[in-house]
Design a protein around this ligand. Sequence first.
Ligand SMILES: Cc1cc2nc3c(=O)[nH]c(=O)nc-3n(C[C@H](O)[C@H](O)[C@H](O)COP(=O)(O)OP(=O)(O)OC[C@H]3O[C@@H](n4cnc5c(N)ncnc54)[C@H](O)[C@@H]3O)c2cc1C
Length: 422
Amino acid sequence: MRRVLIVGAGQCGLLLGHGLLQAGNYEVTILTARTPDEIRQDRPTSTQVMFGPAVAIEQQLGLDLWAAETPDIAGLHWTVATPTGDRLDIYGALDAPARSTDQRVKMAGWLELFEKRGGTVHTANISIGELDEIAESGRYDLIVIAAGRGDLTALFDRDPARSPYTTPQRGLAAAYVNGMDREPRTDLWPNVTFTVLPGAGELILIPALTTTGPCDILFWEAVPGGPLDVFGDRPDPDEHLARAVGLIREHTPWLYERCANVELTDSRATLTGRFTPTVRRPVGELPSGALVLGAADVIVTNDPVVAQGANAAARCAAAYLTAILDRRDDDPFDRDWMHSTFERFWVDTAAQITNVSNGMLQPPPEHVQRILGAATQHPEVANRLANGFADPNQLVDWFMTPDGADRYLGRIAAHASADAGR
Ligand SMILES: Cc1cc2nc3c(=O)[nH]c(=O)nc-3n(C[C@H](O)[C@H](O)[C@H](O)COP(=O)(O)OP(=O)(O)OC[C@H]3O[C@@H](n4cnc5c(N)ncnc54)[C@H](O)[C@@H]3O)c2cc1C
């Protein structure tokens, strides 16, 4: 029986741990910084919109446990506010519903279930020195670090060729609330309402499930130093909410009525922070020379502006699970295997997720502006865009380059004129 240690009980670590347990023939230990109750009582850690392909991974592992209570998100509604005061509205329907189940609910539940299903759980906020002692003991055949954006990232060197930014591109401020009204003008409901204020940042409204039941999340992404960047002093939850709603009244007044009466879902229902989007090298070397494999946010940290990190973490877990199961009993989990395991995940999934996430932090290039214009006119374009964010590989050949956009928009225009001539 091969023994695997996973550090970090988050989106990636828990999916991988459950997957290995279900495969049988693995003794799986998860090291978690917090107990399930501590996770539930802590602050939120994400806004965690999960699109269809990532939800499918959870379903395959028997972990889609809150589907009945979590709102099914039918589509994405983008509004781009122009400097002249006009607004572009785009409604894109998703092929499969997206869901946002508070990670406090999900990780706590999955961790309890992992133990019930036969996994071993140790609670410790482990340091690099302690990890080295464990690695040196030779108890584990493989150690995977799935500890998110915390201190253990120090084990992995930054990859400058894949990391265009050296500073945070957004200040993040999310509040979980009750009492938000539904959007009056659409049948595409529930939806994620994504409002772009060019040069200042974005407001994202997300239907979700939290520890107290169904709710909405009010999430500001602020360009550093701009007018929305008012959460840097980490205000207490009530003050956070007052500022978040104040920004809506001032900068997106058309949304104010929906949000005028919101209240926090619980006393710790807010989250603030900022971090630099970074890609790191996947193999970490401990002081003793033992090797560890980094997973998900530890290696690929993207700004959440287009809601990709938890989706990428689920896909990373699925990719690593396949790579581990493909290894025969006597094959070592060595440096080459670690490199190729990550590279496959990078090429298949993470590269596109990273390109899209990094690109959306900049003003849209001309060809993207043309696509957005077409999406206001043609539901087919809007739907393709929405489903492209569910799986960024689907954006490559038409959204990411001017040539691809020309070809696609040319076809759309030709169909439209053929339809008009009928
Ligand atoms: C404000 C915000 C909004 C977001 N919105 C979205 C979204 O809508 N959609 C989306 O896809 N992604 C979103 N993300 C990103 C997403 O939350 C992360 O990418 C995802 O959770 C990463 O999963 P992970 O498994 O790598 O790490 P995590 O889920 O962060 O889990 C890491 C775990 O490791 C534990 N840990 C850390 N250090 C140690 C240690 N030393 N010892 C033991 N345990 C440790 C932590 O406590 C944590 O439980 C958002 C992020 C933020 C900050």
